[in-house]
Design a protein around this ligand. Structure first.
Ligand code: COA
Length: 309
């Protein structure tokens, strides 16, 4: 278990993530988790690296744990040649859950992209239940015959943060990852190489931030080209149900098409029926599912630890 990764670890883990991403046709570790790994030092971060027992001792599996405001997130990556070794996944998950217990226990989300029966079995044997399903949806660009009819302007760094945080946190209230953003989290995204205020569109009415659509251009794991993502979109609750969500998605897609991109994607909770209906009506189709398994891990007492050592 490591709290901070050295350069060699990061190189070995990049190779593992790349091999897994290539095999699966999607990125293995989510953006938040990859940043935690590379930047290091985040409270509650722990990485678990599994290597070959003999020979070159290549890295064949990895699990990453990070502590959120009120829960833990866990994800694992297994090298394509080691996928038949069910024990490897189980051991990685068990090691991470033990660490959660040592750190006082709590609610855990284990995220698995394109989950299969093996993942269901690993989660079940670790005492976790099936929870949220997150859909990745996609569509081609441009959107023929539909144009946004509301005005938007780019986000202004250093000016718009407070209003954006207020609207974002209200619109996503109760959402486990998006509902309680801080200024530090927003500043972190603003400092990323992909951040482009021109693709972070705000719509104002009567001086209030009524809705926003934050887009992002990234490498497409499907074909090595680029894809435009509707990264975060929300309508201020005071302005919902008036067609603004639809207009802001269209504005975001127009921006992405204007950059010359020919496809767009986004992530949405299976339970977010309003948003899924909206995206479907705009021509998005389901691509694949990322699944969360959840459970509550008890704190491990010092006595348990002593008995085991
Ligand atoms: C999802 C969201 C952006 C929609 O914005 P909105 O301005 O309220 O939605 P619109 O008025 O543009 O409605 C567009 C479509 O959404 C769907 N929709 C909106 N409200 C709905 C409801 N209560 N029930 C079912 N469908 C609904 C409909 O398909 C509607 O199409 P229609 O015009 O044919 O009826 C907004 O509800 C929101 O900010 N939610 C919280 C944040 C969020 O979930 N963001 C998306 C994360 S992926």
């Amino acid at each position: 278990m490591k709290r901070r990764m050295g350069e060699d670890d990061i190189a070995a883990l990049s190779a593992l993530v790349e091999a897994a991403s290539h095999e699966d046709g999607h990125r293995a570790l989510g953006e938040h988790k990859w940043l935690d790994l590379v930047q290091g030092g985040r409270e509650g971060f722990a990485g678990f690296v599994a290597s070959e027992a003999t020979g070159r001792r290549r890295v064949i599996g990895y699990a990453q744990l990070s502590r959120g405001l009120d829960s833990w997130a866990l994800e694992y990556v297994v090298h394509p040649r080691w996928r038949d070794e069910a024990r490897l996944r189980s051991d990685l998950v068990a090691a991470a859950l033990e660490e959660v217990g040592r750190q006082g226990g709590g609610h855990v989300h284990l995220w698995v992209p394109k989950p299969g029966p093996d993942d269901d079995a690993v989660a079940e044997s670790a005492g976790l239940r099936r929870g949220r399903d997150l859909y990745q949806m996609r569509r081609r660009l441009p959107v023929d015959g539909a144009q946004a009819s509301v005005a938007t302007r780019p986000f202004r760094v250093g000016e718009d943060e407070a209003a954006w945080l207020e609207v974002n946190n209200r619109a996503f209230r109760g959402h486990p990852e998006q509902g309680s953003w801080t200024l530090a989290q927003l500043a972190d995204r603003e400092s990323q190489p992909w951040f482009d205020p021109a693709g972070f569109l705000l719509h104002e009415e009567g001086g209030a931030l009524a809705a926003f659509c934050w887009t992002k251009v990234q490498d497409d794991d499907h074909d090595g080209g680029e894809v435009g993502e509707i990264y975060v979109i929300a309508v201020n609750p005071d302005f919902q149900g008036r067609g603004l969500g639809r207009e802001l998605v269209l504005a975001g897609l127009e921006h992405l098409a204007g950059l010359g991109l020919d496809k767009a994607m986004l992530y949405v909770d299976r339970d977010n029926t309003e948003a899924r209906a909206l995206y479907r009506s705009l021509g998005f189709v389901d691509d694949h599912v990322d699944r969360a398994y959840t459970g509550d891990i008890a704190a491990r007492s010092r006595r348990t630890e002593a008995a085991r050592s």
